[in-house]
Write a protein that binds this ligand. Structure first.
Ligand code: LLP
Length: 431
């Protein structure tokens, strides 16, 4: 089991030199034999350890950790988190259906974010009784009020404000500036809350903010909450008392390092929020996704071929960009390690290689010019930190069935999603 005090950020290790890489107590070689590759493998222990870090760091105040389902929406993972007190941040009716399937009792701990909620999605969320709608535009608030009136169900809402705070991350996953499509300009929020107070089907329950993802510094989170806290005080002076502040998700991990003190990172983050909340006495919600699941997971792949083209050496694996698109989409770095390192004589020297998949695009790579211990066809490699936005962003591009997923609990492993079959892929189509 991953210990929170363990400086290694990952639950993956070699029990001794020359042994196969393990996830907690389970050998990845044995998992490849049982379930084949490409295969996602997650550690339940690590996911829970990370959840506890947030719960402990915020223990001094009323809080709720709403796991961002989009990061990894496997039902078994949702169930695990719900059983340990988590709520959920969802962004679609589909994600709500997942929560209902995995942990129906947790629906009262769901917040619903997203810039394009449809009437059907709003209806489902109203009827199932979610905690709060994080509303991203005036037009959406109007629609929410109309649907609430129709069903005679009062809608608890929070305005998702755009605080105009810069956070250093990849431009595709930065959301807190006025030029982004997300949220409502914080300068307009006060008037919208006042207007909404006249509608008996709307309950101004909270306020929310989310400035982006993979943000490594706690400073921008503090800056955003400071602006939000100020607005909450102004509203309270006008008689609008909000019960919760939702600080969003976005806390980043270190994709490069072998040493990363997750506990210290969470404490720093919690302290920045605490400081910015001032004397706000209500409930704090947070929506972490990546921080909970990224480092709990690997994508396990088998080397199919090793070939040279000109000066370059290519390691071609059976996993591809359809399984893990982050390197192609965000130039993201994922550590790649052989599952069994050769030791002693004949171990060979590390080589500079490109690790690529079989998809017919030059963008189908996991690593370029990367120093990798020598691998041969048939060897297994693990792509680390793939538990978040890996399987969740996978596709069937090139008519490739999606990978299977396995959850490791201590010394045991179980299949939580079977590999897709060709029947699965072809069945929606009509000739
Ligand atoms: N809350 C909201 C409203 C969000 O939009 C997101 C992520 C989160 C919470 C969770 O953020 P996290 O704690 O995971 O950073 N596909 C990209 C990441 C996209 C993030 C989108 N929103 C990637 O692979 O890096």
């Amino acid at each position: 089991m991953a210990q929170t005090s363990n400086p290694s950020p990952r639950p993956f290790s070699y029990p001794q030199p020359g042994a196969a890489l393990h996830c907690d107590g389970v050998s990845l070689e044995s998992l490849a034999r049982r379930f084949d590759t490409p295969l996602y493998v997650y550690s339940a222990g690590q996911i829970l350890a990370r959840l506890r870090l947030f719960q402990q760091a915020l223990a001094g105040r009323d809080h709720l950790v709403c796991y961002a389902v989009k990061a990894n929406s496997a039902l078994a993972i949702l169930k695990l988190l719900a059983q340990n007190g988590a709520g959920f941040d969802i962004v679609s009716g589909g994600e709500l259906q997942r929560v209902l399937a995995a942990a129906p009792d947790a629906v009262s701990r769901v917040v619903f974010s997203g810039v394009g909620k449809t009437a059907a999605e709003i209806d489902l969320a109203l009827k199932t009784g979610i905690l709060q709608f994080n509303v991203e535009s005036e037009a959406e608030l109007k629609l929410l009020a109309a649907r609430a009136r129709k069903f005679k169900i009062r809608a608890r809402f929070a305005l998702r404000v755009n605080p105009d705070v810069f956070a250093d991350t990849h431009p595709y996953i930065s959301t807190g500036l006025r030029e982004h499509k997300f949220g409502i300009d914080i300068r307009l929020a006060r008037a919208i809350y006042k207007e909404a107070a006249n509608d008996r089907w709307l309950e101004a329950h909270g306020i929310s903010v989310h400035i982006g993802s993979q943000i490594r510094s706690a400073v921008p989170f503090g800056a955003a909450i400071e602006r939000v806290s100020k607005l909450v005080q102004q509203l309270s002076r006008k008689g609008i008392a909000l019960q919760s502040i939702d600080a969003g998700g976005g806390l980043g991990i270190d994709y490069h390092a072998g040493v990363f003190d997750a506990a210290a990172k969470v404490e720093e983050y919690a302290a920045a929020l605490e400081h910015a909340l001032g004397d706000f006495k209500g409930r704090l919600l947070i929506e972490p996704g990546r921080f909970l699941v990224a480092q709990a997971g690997v994508l396990l792949a088998r080397v199919l071929y090793v070939k040279r083209n000109g000066k370059k050496t290519f390691v071609i694996t059976d996993a591809a960009m359809n399984d893990l698109i982050r390197p192609a989409l965000y130039q993201a770095w994922h550590e790649i390690v052989p599952v069994r390192t050769r030791i002693g004589k004949g171990a060979g020297k590390p080589r500079i290689v490109d690790v690529v998949g079989p998809v017919c695009e030059s963008g189908d790579f996991f690593a370029r010019d990367r120093k990798l211990a020598p691998v041969e066809p048939g060897d297994l490699v693990a792509l680390l930190d793939a538990g978040a936005y890996g399987m969740a962003q996978s596709s069937n591009y090139n008519t490739r069935p999606r990978a299977a997923e396995v959850l490791v609990e201590g010394n045991k492993a179980r299949l939580i999603r079977r590999r897709e079959s060709m029947e699965d892929l072809l069945s929606p189509e009509v000739l």
